[in-house]
Design a protein around this ligand. Structure first.
Ligand code: PBG
Length: 323
C-alpha cells in the first residue's frame, strides 16, 4: 500500500512506459477493406468515408500496391456490381467485379493476402443478404447462393473467404463445398457475431447495399445480447470456421474479450464504417485529434483481444507506426 506502492514509477518516462506496455498494435494486425466497382479509371470518393473510394480494378491495383508497401498483409474486397437482381447473380459471376479484382491483385501483388467478403446484399436489387420471399429473408435457399459465391471467389484465387450474411449453417455449407472442389486449404473467416448496428450507415453508401424495405434485424444479432454471441461463435467453429469475427468493434469490446477468453481460434474485429466516420467528422470539427483518437481506438480493440483488425484506418495508422 501507499507509500510503498507507487504505480507512477512505471509511467515517468517514455522509455519505461514502452518497457511495460501491454499492447502493441502493428500494421501486421490490419486488414484493409477495398470497394471495387466496374469500369476503368474510376476512383470515386465515398462522401461519408473520407479517403475511402469505390475503385475500378486498374485503380484498385495501385491502392493494393500501396497497402502492401505499408506492411499491411491483407485486404478484404467488397464488390459494387453493374446490375443487381432479385437473387444477386453477379455475386457468383465468373467475370464479376470481385472475381476480376481478385485475379488482378493476385497477379500484380501476389504476396498481398486477398480475402473476399461473401454476402448477397451488394448484389440483390432489394439489398437484403439473401433470397427474399413474401418479405422474409429465407435461410436455406440463401446458403446455395453463398456457396456459389464462395466457390467463384476461390476459383478466382481468393486466399480466404469471409461470409458476412449471418444465415444459419452457412459456414458448414461453404466448408463442405470448398473441400469438395479441392479448396480445402482456403480458410473461412466467419463474421460470427455480427450485430444489427447503426454503425454500418456509411458502408451502405459505400457498397450501395441499403435494404429497400425493413432492416437486417431478422438475421443480424440484437445489440443487447452478450451470451448469444458465444453461441454464434461456437456454432461457426463447429461448422469449420478458422477465424471468428466480431462486428462492430468499438461498442462491442466486451464481446471481443468474451470470445477471446472462451475460444482458442484467432479473433478478428471489424472496426466498421461508422466508427471511422465519427472520428473523421469530429476531427474535421476540430473537436478531437485524429491521429491520437485513431491509435487509441485501434489499441483498445487489440487490448480487448482482437488478433486481427479490419479497419479503414489501416493505411493512416501504418504510416504512423512505420514512423
Ligand atoms: C455486408 C456487410 C456490411 C458490412 C460489412 N459487410 C453491411 C451490413 O451488414 O449492412 C459493414 C461494414 C462497415 O460498416 O464498415 N453484409
Amino acid at each position: 500500500m501507499f507509500p510503498i506502492q507507487r504505480p507512477r514509477r512505471l509511467r515517468r518516462t517514455e522509455a519505461i512506459r514502452k518497457m511495460v506496455r501491454e499492447t502493441a498494435v502493428s500494421p501486421g494486425d490490419f486488414i484493409y477493406p477495398l470497394f471495387v466497382t466496374c469500369g476503368k479509371d474510376v476512383k470515386k470518393e465515398i462522401s461519408s468515408m473520407p479517403n475511402c473510394f469505390q475503385e475500378s480494378v486498374d485503380e484498385l491495383i495501385k491502392n493494393a500496391r500501396e497497402v502492401y508497401s505499408l506492411g499491411i498483409p491483407a485486404v478484404i474486397l467488397f464488390g459494387i456490381p453493374e446490375h443487381k437482381d432479385e437473387t444477386g447473380t453477379e455475386a457468383f459471376a465468373e467475370d464479376g467485379v470481385v472475381q476480376q479484382a481478385v485475379r488482378a491483385i493476385k497477379d500484380a501483388v501476389p504476396d498481398l493476402y486477398v480475402i473476399t467478403d461473401v454476402c448477397m446484399c451488394e448484389y440483390t436489387s432489394h439489398g437484403h443478404c439473401g433470397i427474399v420471399k413474401d418479405g422474409e429473408v429465407l435461410n436455406d435457399p440463401t446458403l446455395e447462393l453463398l456457396v456459389k459465391e464462395s466457390l467463384s471467389h476461390a476459383r478466382a484465387g481468393a486466399d480466404m473467404v469471409a461470409p458476412s450474411d449471418m444465415m444459419d449453417g452457412r459456414v458448414g455449407a461453404i466448408r463442405e463445398a470448398l473441400d469438395e472442389e479441392g479448396y480445402e486449404l482456403v480458410p473461412i473467416m466467419s463474421y460470427a457475431a455480427k450485430y444489427a448496428s447503426a454503425f454500418y450507415g456509411p458502408f451502405r453508401e459505400a457498397a450501395e447495399s441499403t435494404p429497400e424495405f425493413g432492416d437486417r434485424r431478422s438475421y443480424q444479432m440484437d445489440p443487447a445480447n452478450r451470451r448469444e454471441a458465444l453461441k454464434e461463435v461456437e456454432l461457426d467453429i463447429e461448422e469449420g470456421a478458422d477465424i471468428v469475427l466480431v462486428k462492430p468493434a468499438l461498442a462491442y469490446l466486451d464481446i471481443i474479450s468474451d470470445v477471446k477468453d472462451t475460444f482458442d481460434l484467432p479473433v478478428a474485429a471489424y472496426n466498421v464504417s461508422g466508427e471511422y466516420s465519427l472520428v473523421h467528422a469530429a476531427a474535421k470539427m476540430g473537436w478531437v485529434d485524429y491521429d491520437r483518437i485513431m491509435m487509441e481506438v485501434l489499441t483498445s480493440i487489440k487490448r480487448a483481444g482482437a488478433d486481427l483488425i479490419l479497419t479503414y484506418f489501416a493505411k493512416d495508422a501504418a504510416k504512423i507506426l512505420n514512423g
